[in-house]
Design a protein around this ligand. Structure first.
Ligand code: URA
Length: 234
């Protein structure tokens, strides 16, 4: 939203009067006088007119969570515990998930209440690499590397998967990098090469990797640098 619109709606004054107030240097945005009516503001912005607070900022939350196996990537469920149940924050009900994992998958999940940030991550999904550690029922065949790089046609969605990088780690383990996030994508890809995923763990999303000191079930706020890096990545 633009600053002039926010002031006009909060003060029930016309856009013209809002412009005049802004031009008269009566408006502060996050504590700084702003004289441009088109200055962008959102619900996380503090806006003051003279001595009164027109809009108190909401807390913007950005966090990473190490999802354990068995927890649902959802904010509400009647049957299973969800990732929100693991979070202890008074504003946790405002969060949504930026990229879900299956219940049986562990690893990095990002949550935020900033829809613009998550949208940036999501719409650029084709570019943001997501890295998975995969354990399979049978040894991973070397030919799978080329098949994953070529892509698989998924007739339900009528798409061919983007080139994915599969690195064999020996025996039944591999590391897979995807540049998109289709429904059950990793499992479906391994199924196509006649194998089955028995364990799946997401290690990273773009620039954000699950830190070694964040155990399963734990979460932490992202640092300002991480918030920026994730969006830049997108
Ligand atoms: N692919 C899957 O099959 N499951 C996940 O949880 C994530 C990617």
């Amino acid at each position: 939203m633009k600053l002039d619109r926010l002031i006009a709606s909060h003060q029930a004054m016309g856009r013209q009067a809002a412009h005049l107030a802004i031009a008269a240097r009566r408006v502060r945005v996050n504590g700084v006088i702003v004289t441009d009516g088109h200055h962008p503001v959102d619900r996380f912005t503090r806006v003051e007119l003279d001595e009164s607070v027109l809009q108190a900022p909401e807390r913007a939350l950005y966090l990473m969570l190490h999802k354990p196996v068995g927890i649902l990537s959802a904010t509400k469920d009647d049957q299973h515990p969800t990732v929100l149940d693991l979070i202890d924050d008074p504003d946790k009900h405002t969060l949504h998930i930026a990229g879900r994992l299956d219940r049986g998958t562990s690893g990095l999940v990002l949550l935020t209440n900033d829809g613009r940030w998550s949208k940036q991550l999501m719409t650029a999904e084709q570019k943001v690499p997501k890295v998975y550690l995969v354990e399979t029922l049978d040894p991973v065949a070397p030919e799978a590397v080329e098949a994953f790089a070529r892509g698989f046609y998924f007739h339900t969605e009528d798409i061919t998967t983007l080139p994915a990088e599969l690195v064999l780690l020996g025996g039944n383990q591999a590391r897979l990098t995807l540049h998109e996030g289709r429904y059950h994508q990793v499992k479906r890809m391994f199924h196509r090469v006649g194998n089955r995923v028995v364990k799946l763990h997401r290690e990273s999303i773009g620039a954000l990797a699950l830190p070694a000191d964040l155990p399963a079930g734990a979460w932490r706020m992202l640092t300002p640098g991480e918030i920026l890096a994730a969006a830049e990545d997108a």
